[in-house]
Design a protein around this ligand. Structure first.
Ligand SMILES: [Zn+2]
Length: 54
């Protein structure tokens, strides 16, 4: 749960893979899918810790 977010709508995050160091921007649905499926490049399991709001 994100509390205190003033901007509602297009929530954008930057994904940073801890294993292969790839970075790409994601929105909330893609974030959820990536946490479920792992990094799309290397398959490393990731958590929401690997996403930063931007
Ligand atoms: Zn990766």
């Amino acid at each position: 749960m994100m509390m205190g977010s003033l901007i509602v709508g297009m929530e954008q995050y930057e994904f940073r893979c801890p294993a292969c160091a790839t970075q790409f921007p994601v929105d909330s649905p893609v974030l959820d899918a990536t946490v479920e499926n792992g990094c799309p490049l290397c398959g490393q399991p990731v958590s929401t810790d690997h996403f930063v709001p931007c």
